[in-house]
Design a protein around this ligand. Structure first.
Ligand code: ATP
Length: 448
């Protein structure tokens, strides 16, 4: 490794260490079952993390489902009939190549060996002694039914979209949708990843927000481009364009049924990585489920009487990966004029866990300040903090991404105004108490 590459790697590691530590310290994200030593590939979201992630999901739902007439949502069960996963091809093909080291007994993904730490069990060399690669199925299994003999083997879903295909006919008919239209869902997915890594980036339990958009076969190109542009605009509004790129899949990366696919990638501290995939899945899923279930999932166009199986354009985004991207993108150490450094989490106000902190300048002013917090709480998530000096209180809010702080001081008693401080510019302005709710709503609820 060159010196430059080694120092890049070190900087990336330092940034990730800082992020992981902030997330644990301030209660965004931490190891699952921490008191038992944690469990690899599983994470818990704390009080701030759950707000951030919920805001992101709500934003996705707003843009993809509610603002459109041609998309409806569902919330399906995590466990589907096991035939689902035979039809989808997961039982046979949802595998990653795996190798074992005969010396240290560690397991690795055969296509990610560049990042494998050195072997510590061989004398005279740090090289691993790898077995041949073999395929490892990533689906997590469970069994259903009380009696062992009659138990049915089932899978925790590896992606949320298969239930959308299972439910396609019912949802189309009940919501009276016509092609083109989409079905969306947000929910947990499970993959027994060989090497979970990079914090929450590759976990074994994670959330996806997926849209399956059903179209006439003649409109594949148009809808693929349209959804790719739509989803890129969503991420650009959150991250800015320099942190993003689109990577079209090469022909040899495509699933055999797919016509084209592009990843939307974000520049993580550990490099460019996929946060969302946009795929043209053709009619693979509906045809396979027709074949395996024996139920006809084709449709007949009412006007032309044409009978066909719709094609599907899919957009699939990782909620946890995007949350991680928001945290990585937002976290900055900023040098201030007085030589001090402040940690600030520059989150878009729409996703920020707390929108405003109310800070009485003195404990004597608590009663009035509490009343302001109470009024604001009806419309947004509010923090109240009356401990420590005001500078320290501002810093605590900067670190968790609160876009605004409202300070109630002695002057407020007479002029009925408060000071609003902006997280990013640190500028302060006086705003009339009467207009405070409207002022803040304008700034934290402006649509994307
Ligand atoms: P990768 O190549 O990184 O394993 P993938 O191409 O298998 O991802 P998809 O099956 O297209 O991913 O899933 C769609 C989205 O789900 C991904 O863009 C990602 O954001 C998210 N995702 C997939 N696997 C994981 C995981 N193990 N942990 C967290 N998020 C994941």
């Amino acid at each position: 490794m060159s010196d430059a590459a080694a120092s890049d790697r070190q900087a990336a590691k330092a940034k990730m260490d800082e992020l992981v530590s902030l997330c644990a310290r301030r209660g965004f994200i931490f190891q699952s079952s921490e008191i038992y030593g944690g469990i690899n590939g599983f994470w818990d979201y704390g009080p701030l993390g759950v707000e951030l992630k919920n805001n992101l999901k709500a934003l996705w739902w707003q843009k993809v489902v509610r603002e459109r007439d041609d998309v409806v949502g569902i919330d399906s069960s995590i466990i589907a009939h096991p035939r689902t996963w035979e039809a989808s091809g997961h039982v046979e093909h949802f595998t990653d190549p795996m190798v074992d080291c005969r010396a240290c007994k560690k397991r690795f993904r055969a296509d990610q060996l560049d990042d494998a730490p050195a072997c510590s069990s061989r004398e005279g060399t740090s090289e691993h002694d790898f077995t041949e690669a073999r395929n490892f199925n990533l689906m997590l299994k469970t069994s259903i039914g009380a009696s062992q003999d009659a138990a049915m083997e089932a899978y925790l879903r590896a992606e949320t979209c298969q239930a959308i295909f299972n439910d396609f006919k019912r949802v189309r008919e009940s919501s009276r949708q016509k092609i083109p239209f989409g079905i969306a869902q947000i929910g947990k997915a499970f993959r027994n990843e060989i090497n979970p890594r990079n914090f929450t980036f590759r976990s074994r339990e994670f959330e996806q927000a997926e849209l399956e958009f059903f179209i006439h076969p003649s409109e594949r190109e148009k809808w693929f481009e349209s959804w790719l542009a739509e989803r890129l605009a969503f991420h650009t509004a959150l991250f800015g364009k320099d942190a993003l790129r689109v990577r079209p899949h090469a022909k040899n990366e495509l699933a055999h049924y797919a016509k084209q696919a592009s990843d939307i990638e974000f520049l993580f501290p550990f490099g460019w990585q996929e946060i969302e995939g946009v795929h043209d899945r053709g009619d693979w899923d509906l045809s396979r489920h027709t074949q395996y279930s024996g139920k006809d999932l084709s449709i007949t166009d009412e006007e032309t009487k044409e009978k066909y199986t719709p094609m599907v354009i899919e957009t699939s985004v990782g909620v946890d990966r995007t949350t991680l991207a928001l945290l990585a993108n937002g976290l900055v150490q900023e040098k201030l004029d007085d030589g001090e450094t402040r940690t600030v989490l520059r989150l878009h106000p729409l996703v920020a866990p707390i929108k405003v902190a109310v800070l009485p300048l003195s404990k004597q002013l608590n009663e009035k300040a509490e009343k302001i917090a109470e009024d604001l709480r009806r419309v947004m998530n509010v923090a109240y903090d009356d401990s420590g000096n005001i500078g320290r209180r501002y810093r605590r809010q900067d670190e968790i991404g609160t876009p605004f702080c409202v300070t109630y001081d002695f002057e407020s008693e007479t002029d009925r105004q408060v000071t609003i401080r902006d997280r990013d510019t640190m500028k302060q302005e006086r705003v009339a108490l009467d207009g405070l709710v409207a002022y803040l709503r304008d700034r934290v609820e402006a649509p994307l």
